[in-house]
Write a protein that binds this ligand. Structure first.
Ligand SMILES: [Ca+2]
Ligand SMILES: [Ca+2]
Ligand SMILES: [Ca+2]
Length: 179
């Protein structure tokens, strides 16, 4: 299973002084969700998905301060840039959106084995703009959620046969790990 990105890869990154100065608008020393959201573009005129912003910030925010400091921001920026490259790579027709077939190629490339029917479900769930395909921010959110759910599943699927049997309380714990 080869998922391309995990937050651990980004703990040691070089700093991005220039970008930092532009993004930390109120010069508080912490980049908030709103500041990061304003700095990011999904390639359309709609605001960047706030849920994706929250997911990314919380991945790098080590002290639970609701934002990232200068050194953590280096990781955030590299993470987003890497996703942009992946997105461009799989957006084969350069439409600025990932359609179902492109999503299939991307996720298959990451090691997921999912049915055609499930790709419809994914598009339906993450396509905020109702275009039948996903923009950059929604694509990233889709991948983050899939990875999170898969990680939890795999923790229970100790024999790795793709099946788990869980009790009611185990189920609740699983869900609590995710929500
Ligand atoms: Ca700030
Ligand atoms: Ca496309
Ligand atoms: Ca199993």
């Amino acid at each position: 299973f080869h998922f391309p990105l995990s937050q651990n890869q980004y703990t040691h990154t070089h700093t991005h002084t220039h970008t930092w100065g532009l993004v930390d608008k109120d010069r508080s020393g912490v980049i908030s969700d709103t500041e990061l959201q304003q700095a990011l573009s999904n390639g359309t005129w709609t605001p960047f998905n706030p849920v994706t912003v929250r997911s990314v910030i919380s991945m790098f925010d080590r002290e639970n301060k609701g934002g990232v400091n200068f050194s953590e921001f280096g990781g955030v920026w590299k993470y987003v840039t890497d996703w942009q490259n992946i997105f461009r790579n799989y957006d084969r027709d350069n439409s600025g959106f990932i359609d179902k077939n492109e999503l299939k190629q991307a996720l298959t490339g990451f090691g997921y084995r999912l049915s055609d029917q499930f790709y419809n479900t994914l598009i339906e769930k993450f396509d905020r703009q109702r275009k039948g395909q996903v923009a950059f921010d929604d694509f990233v959110q889709c991948c983050i959620v899939l990875q999170r759910l898969t990680d939890v599943f795999r923790r229970y699927d100790t024999d790795q046969d793709g099946w788990i049997q869980v009790s009611y309380e185990q189920y609740l714990s699983m869900v609590f790990n995710i929500v």
